[in-house]
Design a protein around this ligand. Structure first.
Ligand SMILES: *[C@@H]1O[C@H](CO)[C@@H](O)[C@H](O)[C@H]1NC(C)=O
Ligand SMILES: *[C@@H]1O[C@H](CO)[C@@H](O)[C@H](O)[C@H]1NC(C)=O
Ligand SMILES: *[C@@H]1O[C@H](CO)[C@@H](O)[C@H](O)[C@H]1NC(C)=O
Ligand SMILES: *[C@@H]1O[C@H](CO)[C@@H](O)[C@H](O)[C@H]1NC(C)=O
Ligand SMILES: *[C@@H]1O[C@H](CO)[C@@H](O)[C@H](O)[C@H]1NC(C)=O
Ligand SMILES: [Cu+2]
Length: 210
């Protein structure tokens, strides 16, 4: 009786351990599910990103979308204090156009300033921010754009970095509207909950119920 019951329990534990990565993706905590956030690059020929200010959680994917028929653009991240110039450890898409995408996984809730390095697009206001600083009016996108106007020449890293280029089929008429997301409060990040920990909790809970 006991040995077979024990065997049954161990088998269940084993099965749920195998299943836990799958169960984790269905976990009730909604912000465990990464959100893909589309950002249109130069839609309808405009020298802008749309939206140009975006809230994102750690683990979310920024999907920069380049459109058919548009001029080549890029997305480059860089510090607030040096507009139109890249920073270390950021991203650079290279020069992309028709239907290309560039996907960047968000790894911080700190502000990420970015711009297009093509020609004088940055100076003309092709700039954006992820997770803008909450203390307006300091460090606003408008201030970044204003300072960008005085930059002699935009810069970019020597090679593509910090993201993955793709090749979707994005209709020029499609609108890229970011889903409404709550502004992160900084306390509970997805990163603070390890998937493995949730898996163990599920296994423990289910086996405990038996
Ligand atoms: C894509 O762009 C090319 C060049 O501008 C244009 O000829 C073509 O009609 C466009 N296709 C679509 C589906 O928008
Ligand atoms: C983009 O996709 C459209 C629709 O599938 C296609 O007609 C067009 O040729 C593509 N453009 C490029 C530059 O790949
Ligand atoms: C924030 O903005 C105010 C008003 O422009 C300014 O007086 C203050 O020095 C700024 N603070 C910082 C830390 O930039
Ligand atoms: C950001 O986009 C909004 C909406 O298109 C626009 O009104 C605003 O001027 C843009 N901000 C900057 C700094 O370009
Ligand atoms: C997307 O596909 C087109 C046509 O095959 C190619 O010219 C372009 O380089 C591809 N872009 C990326 C980012 O893979
Ligand atoms: Cu551009």
């Amino acid at each position: 009786m006991y040995p077979s019951f024990l065997r049954f329990t161990l088998t269940l534990t084993f099965i749920f351990t195998l299943l836990s990565p799958i169960l984790c993706t269905q976990a009730p905590t909604t912000n465990l599910t990464p959100t893909t956030i589309p950002i249109a690059v130069g839609l309808h020929g405009a020298l802008s990103f749309s939206p140009n200010s975006t809230s994102a959680s750690v683990g979310d994917i920024l999907e920069f979308r380049f459109f058919n028929g548009s001029a080549p653009h890029s997305v480059v991240s860089g510090p607030f204090g040096t507009p139109c110039l890249p920073g270390s450890g950021g991203f650079f898409s290279g020069y992309l156009e028709g239907n290309d995408t560039f996907s960047v996984t968000v790894t911080t809730t700190d502000p990420i300033w970015y711009y297009c390095s093509a020609h004088k697009h940055c100076q003309y206001g092709m700039v954006g921010v992820i997770n803008p600083p909450v203390k307006a009016p300091n460090s606003t996108l408008a201030q970044y754009a204003m300072a960008a106007k005085g930059v002699a020449m935009a810069g970019a890293p020597p090679e593509v970095t910090g993201g993955v280029a793709g090749n979707g089929s994005v209709a020029a008429s499609s609108s890229a509207v970011a889903p409404v997301k709550p502004v992160p409060t900084g306390g509970v990040g997805r990163s603070s909950i390890a998937a493995g920990g949730v898996g163990i909790w599920i296994v423990g809970g289910v086996v405990g119920a038996w």
